[in-house]
Write a protein that binds this ligand. Structure first.
Ligand SMILES: Cc1ncc(COP(=O)(O)O)c(C=O)c1O
Length: 403
C-alpha cells in the first residue's frame, strides 16, 4: 500500500466528522459544555513539517494512539497527513477502525499484536500488523491464506525496553518460522527506544547497535526488509543515524517537548484546555474553600468557580499548585480540585461570569504548558493531554484543505 496522499485517493477522507461537529466556542457553550479543548490543527501540520524536515530520507508515521494523545481523532490524524506524514500508528485495532471508518486510507501500523481472533479484522482493514509471536503470526497467515492474500508484516525486535518484541537470542528462530508461513511477508523490522528523551544516553546507542545487528542477521537469512524503523520524536530530532526508512512521531507532532533536553525546539503546542467561569463571589477573610476546607482566605477576596475537575483530566494533585490564566493574569488553584469544579482566589481582580479560564494554553502574553502541569503532578506532558477524556469536546481550529 502506498503512503502517497493524492487527490481522490482513499488516503484522506474528503470530509471528516469533528468532535460532534462543533464549529465555534459559542456552539460549545450553547450545547452546555462548561469546559472544552481547542486543538490547533495548523500547529500539528507545522510540527509534522518540522519533523519531516529533520528526517529528510524517511517517511513520517504520525502516531495517533490514545485518541491522538488526547487531541482527538480523526482530525489530528488528518492534520498529520496534511502536514507530511504518510502513515499512521496506533496501539489497538479499534483505534485503526475509527480512522478507517472516518475514511482514512493511509497505511496504519498497529504497534502491538491483538488477540489472534482479531487477525481477520486486521486484514479487512488493511492494517500494517506488528508481529512478534508465532501464535499471532499463524493466525494472521491463516486469515490471509483464506482471503487469498499475502499480508506484509513488521517484526518487532526487543532491543532493551522489554515490553513486547522478539528478544535477540530468538530472532533467527522466529524469523525462520515466520518465513515458512504462506500468508505473511516480513516487510519491515522495528524497535522502540526507552530513553531517547535524554540526548546521548548510552542505553539508546546500545539499543541502536543491537537493532542494526539484528537487522543484519535477518537480512543475512534472506529476508528483504523494506522498512526499518526505531526513531520516536526524540530520536527524530536528535539522532539522524536512527532514522532509517520511517520515523514514528507522536508527542512532538502535538507540539509537546519529547524531553527536557528539547527545550527551544520550534514546536507549537496544539492543545488548549479552557473553561467558562460560572460563578464569582466575594468572601471575607477567614473563609475556607472546597473539600477539606484546606485553603483559607487571608483577605476579603473574589472567589471564582471554574467548572472543570479531575473528570476532565485536571488532576487532583493540581490542588493548590497549578495556575490558571483569567483575563491574561495568573491565579493559583485554591483548595481541592473536585470532580467537576475547582475554585480560584483572585484577590482584588475583577472577573465576570462567562470569563474564560485557561487551564492549558496561552492568554495574553502568558502560557500554561502541559509540561508545567506535568511537573506539578509528577508525570510527563504526554499523560496530561492524553487524560483529557471524551466528555470534554474538542473544538478544531485552523482546519486544512480537507477539513
Ligand atoms: C511503538 C511506538 N512508536 C512511536 C511512538 C511515538 O513516541 P513519541 O510520542 O515519543 O514520539 C510510540 C509512543 O509511545 C510508540 O509506542
Amino acid at each position: 500500500m502506498s503512503g502517497d496522499i493524492k487527490e481522490g485517493s482513499a488516503a484522506l477522507p474528503s470530509k471528516w466528522p469533528g468532535s460532534g461537529g462543533l464549529q465555534s466556542k459559542s456552539e460549545v457553550v450553547e450545547r452546555g459544555h462548561p469546559v472544552w479543548a481547542e486543538i490547533d490543527l495548523a500547529a500539528i501540520r507545522h510540527n509534522v513539517g518540522l519533523l519531516r524536515a529533520a528526517a529528510p530520507g524517511a517517511e513520517v508515521v504520525g502516531v495517533v494512539k490514545g485518541y491522538a494523545y488526547g487531541h482527538g481523532n480523526p482530525a489530528s490524524a488528518v492534520a498529520m497527513l496534511e502536514g507530511g506524514a504518510t502513515r499512521l500508528g496506533v496501539a489497538r485495532v479499534a483505534e485503526a477502525l475509527h480512522l478507517r471508518e472516518a475514511g482514512i486510507g493511509a497505511p496504519i501500523h498497529v504497534f502491538t499484536e491483538p488477540p489472534p481472533e482479531a487477525a481477520g479484522m486486521m486484514l479487512a482493514l488493511e492494517l500494517v500488523p506488528t508481529v512478534y509471536t508465532p501464535a499471532f503470526a499463524d493466525a494472521l497467515s491463516d486469515a490471509a491464506v483464506a482471503a487469498k492474500r499475502v499480508v506484509p508484516v513488521h517484526l518487532k525486535l526487543d532491543t532493551g525496553m522489554h515490553r513486547v518484541g522478539v528478544v535477540a537470542d530468538d530472532v533467527s528462530d522466529v524469523v525462520r518460522r515466520l518465513r515458512a508461513l504462506p500468508g505473511i511477508d516480513i516487510e519491515g523490522a522495528w524497535s522502540h527506544f526507552a530513553v531517547a528523551d535524554v540526548i546521548d544516553h548510552p542505553a539508546t546507542r546500545k539499543q541502536l547497535d543491537l537493532f542494526m545487528d539484528l537487522v543484519e542477521e535477518i537480512e543475512r537469512g534472506g529476508s528483504v526488509l523494506r522498512y526499518k524503523h526505531i526513531a520516536n520524536s526524540a530520536a527524530t530530532l536528535s539522532m539522524p543515524e536512527s532514522h532509517f526508512d520511517l520515523v514514528r512521531c507522536g508527542v512532538a507532532s502535538f507540539g509537546l517537548l519529547p524531553g527536557r533536553d528539547f527545550a527551544g525546539t520550534d514546536l507549537r503546542p496544539a492543545l488548549a484546555l479552557k473553561a467558562r467561569v460560572n460563578m464569582v463571589k466575594r468572601l471575607p477573610a477567614g473563609e475556607a474553600l472546597s473539600y477539606g476546607l484546606t485553603y483559607e482566605l487571608e483577605h476579603t477576596s473574589g472567589v471564582v468557580t471554574v467548572p472543570a475537575g479531575y473528570a476532565d483530566g485536571y488532576d487532583r494533585r493540581l490542588s493548590g499548585t497549578a495556575d490558571v490564566l483569567i483575563n491574561g493574569a495568573r491565579h493559583r488553584v485554591s483548595g481541592s480540585v473536585c470532580m467537576d469544579q475547582f475554585l480560584v482566589d483572585v484577590g482584588r481582580a475583577e472577573v465576570e461570569v462567562g470569563a474564560t479560564a485557561t487551564l492549558i494554553g496561552a492568554d495574553g502574553g502568558d502560557r500554561i504548558t502541559a509540561e508545567e502541569l506535568a511537573d506539578h503532578v509528577g508525570t510527563i506532558n504526554y499523560e496530561i493531554t492524553t487524560r483529557v477524556p471524551s466528555r470534554v469536546p474538542r473544538l478544531y481550529l485552523n482546519e486544512g484543505p480537507r477539513g
